[in-house]
Ligand binder design. Sequence first.
Ligand code: BG6
Length: 495
Amino acid sequence: LKPNPTVFIIFGGTGDLAWRKLAPALYNLYLDGWMPDHFSIVGTGRTKLTDEEFREKLLEGINLFSRSGKAEKEQWETFSQNIYYQVSDLKNAATYRELGSRIKTYETAWDQKADLIYYLAVSPNFFPIIAENIAKNCPKEGLDRTRIVIEKPFGHDLDSARALNAQLQGIFDEKQIYRIDHYLGKETVQNIMAFRFANSLLEPIWNRNYIDHVQISVTEQLGVEDRGGYYDGAGALRDMIQNHLLQLLCLIAMEPPVNLDADEVRNRRVDVLRSMRRFSPDDIRFSAVRGQYGHGWIEGKEVPGYRDEPEVDPTSNTETFAALKFFVDNWRWQGVPFYLRTGKHLSQSASVISIQFKNIPHSIFPPEAAENWQQNRLVFSIQPEMSIRLQMQAKRPGLDMTLNPVDLVFDYSGTYPGKPPEAYETLLLDTMLGDQTLFMRSDQVEAAWDLIMPILHAWENKKSLSFPNYPAGSWGPENAEALIAQDGFHWFTLP
Ligand code: BG6
C-alpha cells in the first residue's frame, strides 16, 4: 500500500507546526518507505526564502523533533530534493496560480498526474480565503485526488464551526475535507479500538452493569508558553475538551462499528456525542469546575501566573483547567459517570483513561486481609507512559492471606522495540491514502461544540471571582477533587 504521486502544499510552511510536526513526520514516512515514488513538498510563507534556506529550516526541526533522531546526511539529501518554497500572499490570486503551474511542472516531470494535498497550517481566519482561492485558481484533480487538511481550532463556537463547515462544503466535498484532531492519530489512542474490538473478553463487561465510572485525564506541566494570544481567546474547554478529550470519550463509549469503513466508524463516534446529556444550569454549577493557574513552581522552577503570561489579559477570565462530569444517555452507559479533566501547569504531564469496574458483590476475605483493597481498573496510559494495565487483586506471597493490588501490564516499550510512529505520521499517511477514519467529520465537530456551548456561555458570562484558583505545579483547583469525591471516587494518577 503506497500513496499515489503527491504534491503536498503546506500553507504556513514557515510556521511552528510545519517545523515541529509536519516535516519530521514526512521525513519519517520517507525513511520507513511510505512516501510515494514521486512527491513534492511545497511550503508557502510571507518570508523570502530560497528552496535551500527552507530546507535548512525544516532540517533543523527534523533534527530536534524527529522520532528517528538527527537526520543522516545521505537520506536527508535525497529526501530534501523534493522540498520547495514559494513566497506567498494568501490573499492574492497570483500565489495560487503560481502553485498551479508548479503542480503542472512536477506532473510533467513525473509524467503522471499527482494527488494534491492542501494543508492549512495557518491561523483559522485564513481558512476561507485559502479554500476559495484553491477552488478558483489551483488545479483540481477530481474528488478522489484533491484533499484539504484543516488544523484546529475548527471554529470558535457552534455557530462559527457551522459557518466554516458550510463554507468548506460549498467548495469541497466532505470526502475531501480532513479535519485534524491529532489525538486520534496517537498510537496508544488507536489501540483503544483494537483492544476493545479485537478481544472477546471485554465486550460482556463493557457496560453499566460492570463499569462504575470512567476518568479521562489529560494533564500538562506546560503552561501557555508563547501562545497566550491564541489561548486567552480559547481556554481549556475549547482547546482540549471540545476536541481531544471528547474524542477519547467517544472511543471508550462507542458501539462496535460494522467494519472499519471511515464513515461507519465516525457514525459510531458521533452517536456517542449525540447521546451525551446536555448540561442544565444546575449541572454547570455542580458538575463543571473551572480553574486558572496562579504563580507557582514546576519541577523546581518558578513560573508566573496565567494573568502575567505574555499576551494574556491581566484580568483574564479564561480557564486553564476544566473538570466535568458527563453522562452518556443510552442503554450501555446509563448512570455511569464520565469524568473529564484537563489543565495547564499541573503537577504532572500524563494522558490517562481509567475505567473502574464495580466492586465485587460480596467479600469472603476478612477486613485485615483486604486493607489495600482496590476495585478492578483498566488503565489506558496514552502518554508519556504508553501502556495498558489491568489492576487486579492478588494474594501477596506469605503464609497468611493478604491481598494486594497488582497490575497486568502491556507496556509498549517492553513489548515492541523502537519508538512507535508519531500521530502526525499516521495522519499524513492516511491523508495521502485517502482514509478519513481518524479525521473529524463535520457533524462530529458540530455535535461536540453543541455539547459544550452551555458551559462555555455560562463561564464566559459569569466572571470567576476566585481566579487564579490553583498554583502552578499543583493538581488544579480543590473543587476538581470535590467534583469526583462527592461520588466517592478520586482522580486516578499513575504511580
Ligand atoms: C493542542 C492544544 O491541540 O494539544 C495544546 O492546542 C496542547 O494546548 C496540545 O498542549 C496537547 O497535545 P499533546 O500531543 O502534547 O498531548
